[in-house]
Ligand binder design. Structure first.
Ligand code: PLP
Length: 361
């Protein structure tokens, strides 16, 4: 099938075949990666290569740590204020461009004193603010954004700068991680659940500037303390070994494709074909998101005749194009076209859309 799921999402076929070929016996070790000690030399070589390949892909500066954690991106919503705010009265700023930014803000309310400095809610999360379009608290410990809102299909194309010279920018990159080059040095923390672009669910990647580590509040659970994971090279407790291994295979594949510049070129091409088909349908299909901030990864769209949406999804599934239903909170359709979606998959969807429109015009 052609799988347009928002996450867990399709992984590159060659990566899955590679994992299959070494499932029972990883490179002559006689063990599956699932059966290895996380402290043995075999797994250490896997996690070290995964980190080093990710560092190459994103050109991660040496003053940043890379952590392979658990608990999903959702756990980071709490870890961030617990590690970066010294007390529950410390201020933090949140730009809320969709549901995930909103969830991050709400969780932070338990651990610090966050403010929503801009919200796109009244415009149904179809925009990103201009960077002089909102006031920041000059004392905020950090400014939090969701770089790509998976449900609403809104993506930051550039990044705001925290007003507090001692504050940092933090981005949830769960749904556009490794989809394009990013200047990591602009951020204090980048975090991402793996299950969209880089692996199976169960792995959360945190890239954090080293001087931000070691400041967790005393009550911080050990599993949420960045210092514990950093000091133990992500091996404080048993990590999600197989998931990290899969992420490593994906990083290796992305490097083999020519790195993230090349990956971005492919993603731009796929997204353009799909958005053009929507925009050129004369209103039959619509994408509500402002053009300049449309996501390269998640493309939400509706039908002018909403009563046809169920039929569209059903008929697409018959053509083996699955998981096109929009998120339950917004309805309509959503095509997630992450790195692993081949161009041919998008072309097939576009051909189907044109044919569906011709039949219902
Ligand atoms: N942030 C974004 C942008 C997401 O798309 C998701 C999940 O789908 C999450 C956070 C939550 O991630 P997790 O399910 O790994 O906790």
């Amino acid at each position: 099938v052609i799988n347009f799921a928002a996450g867990p999402a399709a992984l590159p076929e060659n990566v899955l075949l590679k994992a299959q070929s070494e499932l029972y016996n990883w490179r002559g070790s006689g063990m599956s990666v699932m059966e290895m000690s996380h402290r043995g030399k075999e797994f250490l070589s896997i996690i070290q290569k995964a980190e080093s390949d990710l560092r190459n892909l994103l050109a991660i500066p040496s003053d940043y740590s890379v952590l392979f954690l658990q608990g999903g991106a959702t756990t980071q919503f709490a870890s961030l204020p617990l590690n970066l705010c010294a007390s529950s009265s410390d201020p933090a700023d949140y730009v809320v461009t969709g549901s995930w930014g909103d969830k991050a803000f709400k969780e932070a309310q338990k651990y610090c004193n966050p403010s929503v400095v801009w919200s796109g809610k009244s415009e149904k999360y179809t925009k990103v603010p201009s960077f002089d379009g909102f006031e920041q608290n000059p004392h905020a410990k950090y400014l939090h954004i969701c770089a790509n809102e998976t449900i609403h299909g809104v993506e930051f194309k550039d990044y705001p700068v925290p007003k507090n010279p001692n504050g940092v920018l933090i981005a949830d990159m769960s749904s556009n991680f490794c989809s394009k080059p990013v200047d990591v040095s602009k951020f204090g923390v980048i975090y991402a659940g793996a299950q969209k672009n880089v692996g199976p669910s169960g792995v959360t990647i945190v890239i954090i500037r080293k001087d931000l580590i070691g400041k967790a509040r005393e009550v911080t659970p050990v599993m949420l303390d960045y210092k514990i994971h950093d000091e133990n090279s992500s091996l404080y407790n048993t990590p999600p070994c197989f998931g990290i291994y899969m992420c490593g295979l994906v990083f290796d594949d992305l490097l083999a494709q020519g790195g993230l510049e090349e990956v971005e070129r492919k993603n731009q091409r796929k997204a353009k074909i799909l958005y053009d088909a929507i925009d050129e349908s004369g209103g039959f299909f619509r994408c509500p998101v402002e053009k300049s901030v449309r996501s390269l990864m998640n493309v939400p769209f509706t039908l002018e005749r909403a009563e046809l949406e169920g039929e569209f999804i059903k008929e697409a599934a018959k053509e083996k194009m699955v998981q096109l239903k929009g998120h339950r909170s917004v309805g309509g359709m959503r095509a997630s076209i992450y790195n692993a979606m081949p161009l041919a998959g998008v072309e097939k969807l576009v051909a189907f859309m044109k044919e569906f429109q011709a039949r219902h015009a």
